[in-house]
Design a protein around this ligand. Structure first.
Ligand SMILES: NC(=O)c1ccc[n+]([C@@H]2O[C@H](COP(=O)([O-])OP(=O)(O)OC[C@H]3O[C@@H](n4cnc5c(N)ncnc54)[C@H](OP(=O)(O)O)[C@@H]3O)[C@@H](O)[C@H]2O)c1
Length: 328
């Protein structure tokens, strides 16, 4: 049995950690919940028991904790993950604070679970859009070799946490936007996270760098346009891939059908393709609209959808925790 902590327990990802830990019935002896002073004292039900959220302080890890799941933003992770490590706690971090650190494994269990044990201090969970993209990309790369990737994302407001969902709800009743710089209702905003000097956004940069790290292809040419759309939950991504070898669509369809963690939804005759409404509340990556890109010699298009709070955050981190527990 393990002692687990959740940092950011009152948030969207934190609340989903609680659900996923309960659903997957992890062997938990004690579960400790932390957030800021705003949520300290709030009650949460876990497996029928009432737990109280505590304020996160430098003393929070002065007790026996095996694994801490962090989802309280980059600044909190930067400050508190090393403090937790010093007390012997393994941190699985959802923020972007440690993802590109060379000593920190960046893990999607379906793709590179063998890397987990390279550092048992901090293990990073990738960005939500990256997680769902690399699951099918790894299969494509193993079969045909990826030469270039073009990402175009359609990201739900839940990706901005509770405040993003509130902005969409406010907009739907005619109130002004507070979270986004423009109304999200009736708009697609080509702007996720802040702009960089080169014209990209940080979200786009994260997808590019994290994909290269996870697929272990340092110089892979990748470009991305990340767009916030008025969808409550579930990110959709159009992925265009240039390949070394000609794709065999039949073979690839069969691989996707049997792949762990993928639901293959590709029956255009019956209007079946991946949808955010179907992916929401589930842990799989939905793949479909598979077709050759005839504008280049060896190209492929696909449409990939997942629940960004579950597989894009909480479920992926809990899967990492399960692998750590199995080893011990
Ligand atoms: N939403 C997604 O799709 C997604 C996907 C992948 C990764 N992530 C990452 O996960 C993290 C949380 O995202 P979210 O969507 O769950 O955000 P959220 O709903 O806004 O929740 C933020 C959480 O952080 C806590 N927090 C804020 N300041 C704190 C402080 N000073 N000390 C302790 N706790 C503090 C909040 O506690 P209070 O209630 O006390 O304020 C809350 O529990 C972010 O790093 C985000 O980038 C999110």
């Amino acid at each position: 049995m393990y002692n687990i902590a959740i940092v950011g327990a009152s948030g969207l990802v934190g609340g989903t950690f609680l659900k996923v830990l309960e659903e997957r019935n992890l062997p938990i002896k004690n579960l400790y919940l932390f957030a800021s002073t705003r949520s300290a004292g709030k009650k949460v039900i876990f497996k029928g028991k009432t737990l109280i959220i505590e304020e996160l302080t430098e003393k929070s890890f002065d007790r026996k904790i095996d694994i801490a799941l962090f989802s309280a933003g980059g600044d909190i992770s930067k400050k508190f993950a090393p403090i937790a490590n010093k007390k012997g706690v393994i941190v699985i971090d959802n923020s972007s604070a440690w993802r590109m650190d060379k000593s920190v494994p960046l893990i999607v269990p379906e793709v590179n679970s063998e890397e987990i044990f390279k550092n048992e201090g901090i293990i990073a969970n990738p960005n939500c859009s990256t997680i769902q993209s690399v699951v099918p990309l790894k299969i494509i790369d193993d079969l045909y070799g990826i030469k270039r990737v073009i990402y175009s994302t359609y990201q739900a407001v839940s990706g901005s946490g509770i405040k993003g969902m509130e902005d969409l709800k406010r907009g739907l009743v005619g109130e002004e936007a507070k979270t986004y710089p423009h109304p999200i209702v009736n708009n697609c905003l080509p702007h996720i996270d802040s702009f960089l000097e080169n014209g990209y956004t940080k979200e786009e940069e994260k997808m590019i760098n994290e994909t290269r790290k996870i697929l272990n292809k340092k110089n892979l040419p990748i470009t991305a346009t990340c767009v916030r759309v008025p969808v409550l939950n579930g990110h959709s991504i159009s992925i265009n891939v240039e390949l070394e070898k000609e794709v065999n669509l039949e073979e690839l369809r069969d691989k996707f059908k049997e792949a762990k963690g993928i639901v293959f939804r590709d029956d255009i005759g019956n209007n079946i393709y991946p949808l955010a409404t179907e992916a929401t509340g589930t842990d799989e990556v939905y793949v479909g609209r598979l077709r050759k890109d005839f504008s280049i010699e060896k190209g492929l298009n696909l449409w990939v959808v997942a629940d960004n709070i579950r597989k894009g955050a909480a479920t992926n981190a809990v899967q990492i925790a399960e692998i750590l527990m199995k080893k011990k």
